[in-house]
Design a protein around this ligand. Structure first.
Ligand code: NAP
Ligand code: GDD
Length: 367
């Protein structure tokens, strides 16, 4: 056993891609999985990895401090004799209540999981591994909130841009961000925050806006929209910097493995380009040869198929607006490019095309 990694949140979008990459590179992976009420475990994204000899899944829940401690102890018991050779284990802490909109509905769960859970995890790691571990925290562009500027063309956000968290999700992630910095300074641990801007993929959760759109577009392409209902969406105006999750998990590894000395620190991971939800919708429909024509305004706005002039495809639903929404997020990834030689390569229209194709394939297979 040469390299060892823990991934919390291995069943999620990022965790599943990261696990694939690490296993391909001969790293032994311990993945934390949790039980959910509706089904035992959410293993769909990692079903193809379950038989891998270097993967071990361990049951825990970020809501339960005892289970976090037992999870870390069981990894320690399995690997402590090889630690002398590898010096440290890699810990990718990705588990979170990751839905910003939902965080307004379940603020205390969000804080427990995304903020307090990180402290419990770090303390358990210190108890067992001393400082023989490196820690990656899945931080987020949501920390920036709505930046205060009078400019019509706000600048991209850098590692020096002040934070202004504006949701229970962002507030909890802010606490975790500061905790990680504190552990780095206080205990000399290689603990870093990846400030990742939105990243998507065919494995994105269905309740995030991009996948909701590509899944609807796929249904429309196959003439399978239930009840021919329009796609219900909230705020179409907000702009996001959307990258490809498969590239972003590679940046996480660079922050843990390649960073050393002065380059150990917190990094923005982003494409540097922002598009609105409305543009994303247009590009996704373009992929299947449909142009969208908008009419109405505000909560009465709708999008229609301009080619046949009749199908209403998108409808704004005020129930889907957030109490506070972040209108503009775009990141400057110069620091990680310069220090760790990471940069994004996938243009948004390729990513969208990939997601729509994947959703069409899944529907054809009846999944
Ligand atoms: P995701 O698909 O929603 O995955 C979240 C993971 O966390 C899942 O494995 C989930 O398990 C697990 N989890 C949730 N609550 C848990 C709990 N109480 N105990 C244990 N595990 C729990 O999220 P993602 O898109 O891969 O994002 C990964 C991380 O990066 C998250 O921390 C997110 O906040 C952060 N982030 C994401 C983005 C982005 O654009 N994707 C950008 C910046 C930061 P189940 O499968 O059982 O639900
Ligand atoms: N989810 C969702 N559903 N969002 C919608 C909808 C809808 O029906 N309609 C409009 N939106 C808008 C949201 O209001 C938001 O402005 C934008 O689409 C993006 O929403 P999400 O896809 O839910 O992503 P997010 O930006 O809020 O959060 C994601 O990115 C963060 C990094 O910036 C998540 O992955 C977070 O975990 C991550 O930290």
């Amino acid at each position: 056993m040469k390299q060892v990694a823990i991934i919390t949140g291995i069943t999620g979008q990022d965790g599943s891609y990261l696990a694939e990459d690490l296993l391909n590179d001969d790293v032994h992976v311990f993945g934390g999985i949790r039980r959910s009420a509706s089904s035992p475990y959410n293993l769909g994204r990692i079903s193809h990895l379950l038989e891998h000899p270097n993967l071990k899944l361990i049951y825990f829940d970020m809501m339960d401090a005892c289970s976090i401690e037992k999870f870390v102890k069981s990894v320690y018991d399995s690997v402590h004799d090889v630690l002398q050779l590898s010096n440290y284990i890699q810990v990718y802490h990705l588990a979170a209540q990751s839905h910003v909109g939902d965080s307004f509905r379940i603020p205390t769960v969000t804080h427990q999981v995304n903020a307090l859970g990180v402290i419990v995890l770090l303390e358990s790691l210190r108890t067992h591994f001393k400082n023989n571990f490196r820690f990656y925290q899945a931080s987020t562009s949501e920390l920036f909130g709505n930046i205060k500027t009078k400019s019509k063309n706000p600048k991209t956000m850098t590692e020096c841009t002040p934070f202004n968290p504006e949701s229970p999700y962002a507030i909890a992630k802010m606490a975790a961000y500061l905790t990680v910095q504190n552990y780095r300074k206080a205990y000399d641990i290689h603990a870093v925050n990846g400030i990742l801007f939105n990243h998507e993929s065919p494995r994105r959760g269905m309740d995030f806006v991009t996948r909701k759109i590509t899944n609807y577009v796929a249904q429309y392409a196959l003439n399978r929209v239930p009840g021919n209902r329009p796609l219900q969406l909230g705020n179409l105006k907000s702009k996001r910097d959307w990258g490809d999750a498969r590239e972003y998990v590679k940046a996480m590894r660079k922050m843990l493995i390649e960073a050393q000395g002065d380059t150990v620190g917190d990094y923005i991971v982003a494409t540097g380009e922002a598009y609105s939800v409305r543009t994303f919708i247009q590009l996704a429909f373009q992929k299947i040869g449909v142009m969208i024509e908008w009419f109405g305004s505000g909560v009465n706005e709708k999008g229609r198929n301009a080619t046949n002039g009749k199908d209403i495809l998108v409808q704004v639903n005020k129930e889907l607006f957030r109490p506070v929404d972040i209108l503009y997020l775009v990141g400057n990834a110069e620091k990680i490019k310069k220090n760790l030689n990471w940069q994004p390569t996938v243009p948004l229209n390729h990513l969208i095309s990939d997601m729509v194709d994947n959703d069409i394939e899944l529907l054809k297979k009846g999944l």
